[in-house]
Design a protein around this ligand. Structure first.
Ligand SMILES: [Zn+2]
Length: 506
């Protein structure tokens, strides 16, 4: 089937980062430079055909819309971004768009939704406003965000065209780009007049409690898909903000985009947004999450038969994809004094230790301190002795997310039955490509550590005998009341448990 070009053009830009306010220090520009800063046509291929931009490309091609690339930057996740770094990134973002804005009919922005800086709690609202300043009030701007976005009223003031991931663990990057571009395509070709309705709730939950593959979020997701198919509705999203953000208006949201031209009632979108938000609120205590102490996890694993493997034990409190630093040695210390019987695979961030192993060389026996180099309020160094098995430059292809990672000099150290991968920079452990890169077979190990707060399940569950989420301290702790929140407006559930029903919405 040949597509008739509409003659419409859309500029593409992006800036993605997920802040963890409790992770120490600041994120500087070098993190973005190491992670991904892309310009021009390269941004169409940076996600290896699987990210939101690839999805947007597919729909733009189907709708006969030409995409004009500008700039994207991705810093992954980590501590609050410095104002200096954000000033540079925003200038680059605005300059890239300003060069083409007079030639295009719309803009598509790939954002995360939970980026904060030293002085800005709402980077995404700020970026959308910056684009709006260059354009007219009705110029179409479409945005795609992560399900863990901290959605704000300022974002909604800037645009009606917002689509977020509908899955957690996230497996719909591509489809979310498709949905955002469809909204934008309908707007730029005047086939629809999108209107955004939303309801924001005074609630958060531990990341591990946010899982759309199990009840009750699975049920909510199914209802969202039903609503999307109803006459007059164009799209629906829930934003279950990641909980480690110390910002004033923290909370979950439900969004519905309707077509003003075909709405049966002007309140249709608000009715559905309220319905979804109310079901989230009513299920709130189901999103709490209890973990297992490491001693109990070891007992369970050691009571299993040899063919019952691998057990995945997750350290969500040091989730490198939740903005934590990856330098916790808490569980390693516990496993050295109370070992699991069989091969155990672990990872840790520690640049000095990785370099010390590289300098000692493969085959050397080294004694060094491991961990506690970054989040020193949470983690302590642990002295270990082990044998250096392998050294790499830390460059490998991740599958989740689909991109090339470079975590710097990386060492594999053998400590008894524990094989620990020591990276210089935090490595995402949502998949097991780092272990694979170091020549370790996760399916043959007795137990494998994933420093992830729930997100690991998409890749690990299919190969796991069982998954166990383990209690530990850290900046991405599920015990939210233990974290030093100072800014959220109160009440906020579950920091406050007795909230009158009339007071649960912003
Ligand atoms: Zn997310």
């Amino acid at each position: 089937m040949s597509i008739t070009p509409t003659g419409k053009k859309v500029a593409v830009a992006g800036l993605t980062f997920e802040t963890n306010s409790f992770s120490p220090d600041l994120t500087h520009l070098d993190t973005f430079q190491r992670f991904a800063m892309v310009e021009g046509v390269d941004l169409f291929t940076a996600g290896l055909g699987k990210d939101e931009i690839a999805g947007a490309m597919e729909v733009a091609a189907q709708m006969g819309i030409e995409l004009i690339p500008t700039t994207t930057a991705d810093g992954g996740c980590g501590p609050t971004v410095s104002d200096v770094a954000y000033a540079f990134l925003k200038e680059r973002f605005v300059t890239g768009l300003a060069k083409v804005i007079s030639q295009v009919d719309g803009v598509y922005l790939r954002l995360h939704g939970a980026m904060t800086t030293e002085s800005c709690e709402d980077v995404e609202g700020d970026l959308i406003a910056a684009v709006r300043e260059m354009t007219t009030p009705d110029f179409p701007i479409a945005v795609s965000c992560d399900l863990h976005a901290h959605f704000t009223a300022k974002m909604a003031q800037g645009t009606n065209l917002i689509a977020g991931y509908q899955t957690c663990p996230h497996i719909d990057f591509f489809n979310t780009g498709k949905r955002a571009m469809r909204l934008l395509g309908l707007a730029v070709t005047s086939q629809a007049k999108p209107k955004l309705s939303f309801r924001k709730l005074k609630m958060i939950s531990p990341a591990e409690g946010i899982d759309t593959t199990i009840w009750p979020l699975k049920e909510v997701k199914a209802r969202i898909h039903e609503i999307e198919k109803l006459p007059g509705v164009l799209d629906a999203t829930i934003f279950c903000t990641q909980p480690w953000l110390d910002v004033s208006e923290l909370g979950w949201s439900a969004l519905v985009v309707t077509d003003e031209n075909s709405e049966s009632s002007p309140d249709l979108g608000q009715q559905y947004a309220d319905e979804i938000a109310n079901s989230l609120w009513n299920y709130r205590d189901k999103f709490l999450f209890t973990k297992v102490d490491i001693a109990d996890a070891v007992k369970t694993i050691n009571a299993s038969t040899p063919d019952q493997r691998p057990f995945i034990f997750a350290d969500g409190s040091d989730s490198t994809s939740g903005g934590s630093t990856g330098d916790s040695s808490f569980i390693l210390a516990a496993l050295i004094s109370n070992p699991i019987h069989g091969q155990v695979l672990m990872s840790i961030t520690d640049e000095p230790a990785a370099i010390a192993c590289a300098e000692a060389g493969v085959g050397a026996t080294v004694t060094l301190n491991l961990g506690g180099t970054r989040a020193t309020k949470f983690f302590k160094p642990l002295q270990v002795t082990g044998k250096v098995i392998k050294i790499t430059n830390g460059s490998y292809q991740s599958k989740y997310p689909s991109k090339i990672f470079n975590v710097g000099t990386t060492a594999l150290l053998n400590i008894g039955e524990i094989e620990i991968v020591i990276t210089s920079n935090p490595a995402f452990m949502l998949d097991y490509q780092l272990y694979d890169h170091m020549g370790l077979d996760v399916t043959k190990a007795k137990a494998v550590q994933a420093k992830s707060a729930g997100g690991y399940r998409a890749y690990y569950e299919p190969i796991a005998f069982a998954c166990i989420d383990v209690n530990a301290p850290g900046p991405s702790d599920n015990r939210l009341s233990e974290l030093p929140f100072t800014r959220p407006k109160r009440p906020l559930w579950p920091l406050d448990l007795n909230i009158p029903d009339r007071n649960y919405q912003y």
